[in-house]
Write a protein that binds this ligand. Structure first.
Ligand SMILES: *Cc1c(COP(=O)(O)O)cnc(C)c1O
Length: 475
């Protein structure tokens, strides 16, 4: 095979898997590590070593040292034992960051999930009657109380809520929608495609920028089942525009005996204009305008768990609850526990804004952001060494989650430059940290926005920079 004598010698000296396994257990413990994981890790280390001796670099004396081999085993074990789904620090300033898990649950919701998920509950058991109950009764009363609707339920997510509602009310029949509202949101959710899958027949009316009530009326015929309004949650049409208000559509529906549905996307119960933000229609507005059914997300502006909420008239909700597809979209007990406690916080809007992390972050005052930025910057500036240049800058946060696309959220951010590393290299080193710190690059700096940071994360960021700086010194 043409191996050199040196290679043959190194190959002979590779410890056997069993021997290395025994040394690994004796020297490093690995308590709590399943044997299968440890054996696989040892085997991989031995195979990698063999390949490196046979390959281009020919291996080295150093790579055969026991401590080096055991370190390699430890690395592999650590990697295998770490969860794939793990906590990250969101320093992006994007509050409802779909890639980072959207809304953080309020503490009351976390506590309720913990209390209920490790125990039995009355999930589908009527405690008064002593027999089978409905999974949806846990949240229906509170959902009706805060929205003003007659009936309500929750499914897996809003995409599911829209699909289920269309399938129930319009399968094989026509649904009239404005051309200006045929939206696509992230993750390939497009109204025309969802409509097709639901079996509803899409009838587009109006134009991209202007749709009038008379356009809907002209399209109504004997096969029409539903008038659908989709909230423009992630974009805006400006300039010469017109749309039919929901109240006009519900009046038209009543006149022709047709139901009216609104997909609100990011449903909310609080009028944000009281906090200096853009006024968005609330769920209560849609219910009061007479919509027969309204769908919205649980984890966008509502700030709760992933869920699709459906509220509206009792007869409509009764039909939806009977649809067998409901079972395929059913919501888990952990979600229900989180949802019930989140919804209850809305009984007191002030308390909701103070305790629901999404709302708290969105309404955070500039002065608080300034103080938080300063605290973060001071912590970084006090690190030993002189690699870091730390500045506070006036930049913007974003709402995210396809909500309030035009909302300006002025923020005070911290920008870091690190001598010896490009901004891109800082970004990837922070992303490789444990826990990963996700920021953004702007003005040639690594930018962190304190709006989305939690209290314990200021110290984590400082530690991350300290580790990166120490690694650079060692090079
Ligand atoms: C976000 C959104 C959806 C989908 O909601 P998910 O909870 O992400 O499934 C549907 N319609 C509109 C208008 C949205 O903004």
């Amino acid at each position: 095979m043409g191996l050199s004598e040196r290679q043959q010698d190194l190959l002979r000296r590779i410890p056997g898997v069993d021997l290395l396994l025994e040394r690994a257990k004796r020297e490093r413990g690995f308590d709590g590590v399943p044997r299968s994981v440890l054996v696989r890790s040892v085997r991989e280390v031995v195979e990698t070593l063999r390949a490196s001796i046979l390959g281009g670099d020919g291996g080295s004396e150093h790579s055969l040292m026991e401590a080096v081999l055991l370190d390699a085993v430890s690395d592999r074990v650590d990697r295998e034992m770490a969860f794939n789904l793990k906590r990250v620090v969101n320093a992006t300033g994007v509050v409802i960051h779909t890639n980072l898990g959207r809304s953080l649950l309020p503490q009351a919701a976390v506590d309720n999930v913990v209390a209920l998920s490790g125990r039995y509950s009355n999930l589908e058991f009527d405690l008064d009657a002593g027999r089978r109950g409905s999974r949806y009764s846990a949240i229906e009363d509170i959902l009706c109380e805060v929205s003003g609707a007659e009936a309500g339920m929750a499914v897996n997510n809003n995409a599911g809520a829209v699909l289920l509602t269309l399938e129930t009310l319009a399968r094989g029949r026509k649904v009239i929608v404005s051309r200006g509202e045929l939206v696509e949101i992230g993750g390939a959710f497009r109204i025309p495609d969802v409509m097709a899958r639901s079996g509803g027949i899409l009838v587009e009316v109006g134009t991209t920028n202007r749709t009038h009530l008379r356009d809907y009326e002209a399209a109504i015929d004997a096969e029409t089942a539903l008038l659908l309004k989709v909230h423009k949650s992630n974009y805006s049409v400006v300039g010469f525009t017109a749309e039919a208000p929901l109240a006009d559509l519900t009046a038209l529906g009543k006149k022709h005996g047709l139901r009216v549905m609104e997909d609100l996307g990011s449903g909310m119960f609080i009028d944000f204009s009281r906090y200096g933000l853009t006024r968005e229609p609330t769920v209560q507005d849609s219910v009061a305008a007479g919509a027969d059914v309204v769908t919205f997300s649980g984890d966008k502006l509502l700030g709760g768990p992933q869920a699709g909420l459906i509220v509206g008239k009792k007869d409509v909700l009764d039909e939806i609850k009977k649809n067998p597809i409901t079972r395929a979209l059913r919501i888990d007990k952990m979600t229900l526990a989180a949802l019930e406690s989140t919804l209850r916080l809305y009984r007191d809007p002030e308390r909701a804004v103070a305790t629901i992390p999404t709302l708290k972050a969105l309404t955070m005052a500039y002065e608080e952001l300034r103080q938080r930025a300063e605290r973060l910057a001071d912590g970084l500036a006090s690190l030993p060494g002189d690699r870091l240049t730390v500045d506070c800058l006036d930049l913007s946060s974003r709402v995210g989650g396809g909500s309030l696309p035009l909302q300006e959220l002025p923020s005070r951010c911290v920008g870091v430059r690190m001598s010896g590393l490009s901004a891109n290299a800082v970004e990837s080193a922070m992303r490789a940290n444990c826990p990963p710190v996700i920021g953004r690059i702007e003005e040639d700096r690594f930018i962190m926005d304190p709006r989305t940071l939690q209290e314990d994360e200021f110290a984590m960021i400082r530690d991350a920079f300290q580790r990166i700086a120490e690694a650079l010194e060692k090079e």
